[in-house]
Design a protein around this ligand. Structure first.
Ligand code: KG4
Ligand code: ZN
Length: 376
């Protein structure tokens, strides 16, 4: 039996309930969350105490995409404001802040100047907290991969922890965002393997680029989704290509699909182009989703997956959920389907807290250095 040393008791206490302050500044959303985590790797639980996101969309919109230095400037401005929303200054000395066990900050992948603002802020805050603490168990500061954040965001969905690990895994996870398109096989929360990824553009990036071709504002995903809904189901779909659909591997490609949309638009008169906008949006979306869904379901079948989890900004698309669910049904696959709610699919700090907790449990560490190309 393990000795009941003070260290063990403190450790157990730490694992029983961990209060995590998470910071996310990898791209164009400044986010801070306060999350209480408990449970072990077989059933971690998360209670979101606070979850704030300051979006910079309006600032980057005139440029049609994210401008790194503007992002950095906005993060610097927003971080203290968001922290102040959680802990008012007067409370700092004896407040909830003192009870934070873990500060978690995104270290990559993303825009390095933006990542550094989060890391520097977290380091300063950490120093301040260390000075405030009166008892031995010190607040830790850990780096988190943004991709782990998306991957584990399904845990923020309450129905995920109603299931035992044996009912969830093996699972297939699809991360679809503005920077990534990755398919993974998960044997457990601690053990996963990349099956494939995009060889060129990420699917969210393709949504943003096609939106620009259609004169729609940044970010393009929600705009294309909205426009596509105007088209009656399946009507007038333009047969855009399904890149790499028939290749046996689990890689993706979206840049050719975007170019097909460009050539299609070039072949039309301005008037027809305007009239066909909804058709083009719906057809592009259908082509992109067709490949994502069919390859994901193929992997689920091959590996006997019990669940599919989809995460990242593109996962907030409702048509994608419906399409996924109808395909699962028509193929008679018996899988749990997890998609976090909208506020946890696009960039947020609650998912960074969840990943930090899982990483603590599985003893995975990241350096506290911004790494724009950090892989999974
Ligand atoms: O995860 P996220 O917030 O940031 C990254 O890590 O990249 O994802 C942003 C991406 C953008 O490309 C955006 O256009 C896309 O997610 N997106 C969508 C939708 N909402 C956001 N794509 C398709 N449909 C949506 N409803
Ligand atoms: Zn993201």
């Amino acid at each position: 039996m393990k000795k009941k040393t003070a260290k063990n008791l403190l450790r157990k206490n730490f694992l029983d309930k961990t209060k995590i302050l998470a910071i996310e500044t990898s791209c164009d959303e400044t986010a801070i969350a306060l999350v209480e985590a408990s449970g072990g790797l077989s059933a971690p639980k998360f209670k979101i105490l606070e979850n704030f996101v300051a979006s910079q969309i309006k600032i980057h919109r005139p440029f049609g995409g994210v401008v790194p230095n503007l992002a950095k400037r906005e993060h610097l401005k927003n971080l203290p404001v968001l922290l102040g929303k959680i802990f008012s200054k007067s409370q700092i000395a004896n407040s909830k802040l003192k009870n934070v066990d873990l500060i978690a900050v995104t270290v990559g992948p993303g825009l390095e100047p933006a990542l550094w603002t989060g890391i520097n802020f977290a380091q300063e805050l950490h120093k301040e907290l260390i000075n405030l603490r009166t008892y031995k168990l010190k607040t830790k500061l850990v780096g988190v991969s943004h991709l782990d954040g998306h991957l584990y965001s399904f845990l923020l969905k309450t129905n995920s922890y109603k299931l035992k690990a044996s009912q969830i895994f093996p699972a297939i996870a699809l991360i679809i965002s503005g920077g990534h398109t990755i398919l993974l096989k998960m044997d457990s929360l601690a053990k996963y393997k990349k099956l494939g990824e995009t060889v060129d553009d990420a699917v969210g990036e393709a949504f943003d680029k096609v939106a620009r071709l259609l004169d729609l504002p940044y970010p393009g995903g929600p705009e294309i989704e909205r426009l596509a809904l105007r088209l009656p189901k399946g009507e007038k779909l333009i047969p855009f290509p399904r890149p790499m659909l028939n290749q046996k591997n689990y890689n993706f490609s979206f840049s050719g699909l975007k170019t097909s949309v460009l050539y299609y638009l070039r072949s039309k008169e301005q008037e027809t182009r305007n009239k066909e906008k909804a058709d083009i949006a719906a057809s592009f979306q259908a082509a992109a989703f067709d490949v994502l869904i069919k390859k994901t379901l193929r992997a689920a079948e091959e590996f006997g997956a019990k669940s599919i989890m989809v995460s990242g900004g593109v996962a907030s698309n409702n048509s994608l959920h419906n399409y996924f669910k109808s395909k699962v049904k028509s193929q008679k696959l018996k899988v749990n389907f997890f998609v976090p709610s909208k506020k946890f699919t696009t960039d947020n700090a609650a998912m960074i807290a969840a990943a930090a907790y899982v990483n603590q449990l599985r003893k995975k560490k990241y350096k506290l250095v911004a790494n724009g190309n950090l892989g999974i």
